[in-house]
Write a protein of this length. Sequence first.
Length: 82
Amino acid sequence: MNEGGMKSVTKPAVTGGAKGTHVRERCGDFQMPLHYPRYTKADYENMPEWKLDCLLRQYGLPIIGDLEQKKKFSMGAFLWPY
């Protein structure tokens, strides 16, 4: 176990691949950010497109559609009803 009681789930690089090269396995580009976004509905409604793009990219979510579609998608993904 690693420090902090968490077991690593990454796979080490495999040696001896084609022509003696290193082969690395990937499971995608998603990396879980350390914190969940703490924006309010009003924050999303007033957020500029570049900031929405950065937020969606950080969480590995699609960055498609116009500004209103991105706002609606972000609110649906990150805002939880109380």
